[in-house]
Design a protein around this ligand. Sequence first.
Ligand SMILES: Cc1ncc(COP(=O)(O)O)c(C=O)c1O
Length: 350
Amino acid sequence: MSYFRKNIEKAKGYEPGFQPAETDVVKLNTNENPYPPSLNVMKVLSEISPEQLRRYPDPMGSAFREAAAEVNGIGPDYIMCCNGGDELLRIAFQAFCDENRPVAYPVPTYSLYPVLAELQNCKAIEVPFDGEFNLPAKLAASAASLTIVCNPNAPSGSFINVDELASLADEAGGALLIDEAYVDFAEKNCTALVKNFDNVIILRSMSKGYSLAGIRFGYAIAQPDLIAGLAKVKDSYNVDAVAVAVATAAVRDQDYFQKSVEKVKAERTRLTGQLRGLGFDVPDSSSNFILAKCRNGKAVEVYEKLTQRNIFVRYFAYPQLKDKLRITVGTAEQNDRLLSALKEILSEFS
Ligand SMILES: Cc1ncc(COP(=O)(O)O)c(C=O)c1O
């Protein structure tokens, strides 16, 4: 006999990328930034006082709200702090979806969306992307209560123009959540849309561009009414005092952030070129990972051989992805280790 709700009983749950315990590995499987966070972050962390730990944290993380508002050129009441971008996704599903209120999103995309739909017991309308990952025209017609577009998309790294997302916001009957977890590595973002559309929520993560995946911090940008509604659904103290202090220091050090992002982008260009040279089809990416298609179709074999060499990338057994590998852009040294392993592995196939 099960004590769970039926949908929880049958749900498989989200399968996070493998987190190896060893440190002497090349870990290019969960899109972390390969560079450390700003030194200002480490200083703030070392100065956390017992008093900051004794007391409950500020429920809205005001220090971070103000810093993020300045960086994004909007008011602090347009920002809500979250325990990672993933928490915002869960909050959005709880706030907008139920048995009679579906979610819609293009696929393939972030594999957490269907898991959250299952947990919330809402219908998921999955609209396939075309081969070039253009925004599917049918998405606007889905009449979903919540539409999600991941931009840049994971795992394709493709980017949809801001104008197209403005049209979608205009046509969508419900809320439109634009998941910008990877936008730090793109040339544009959708911040401006929140000024014109009262249904747009932008998700940001501190895990990628700011190298803070370990503290779990993200935030929402939306009009104040929408922020107030989402805040009803969050835990009262959803972001802890240490995380708020650290994330605030990170977002205030824009100089360091820009340099870190530029280094990742330069390595992305180099890695893309080298992989093309090895015979992979690699579209340009607007993210900190690339999606590489194995022309021989043997992506899963290549993935397994890389894993045997302690080089971790991501493989998805999904129809549009089963001949591809998603590779996080690492440091120059990590990328070189990957490239020389790939050379060896490919020669075994020929
Ligand atoms: C597309 C996408 N959205 C959101 C997130 C959530 O990021 P986090 O919870 O680390 O802020 C991730 C994490 O990998 C992601 O890939």
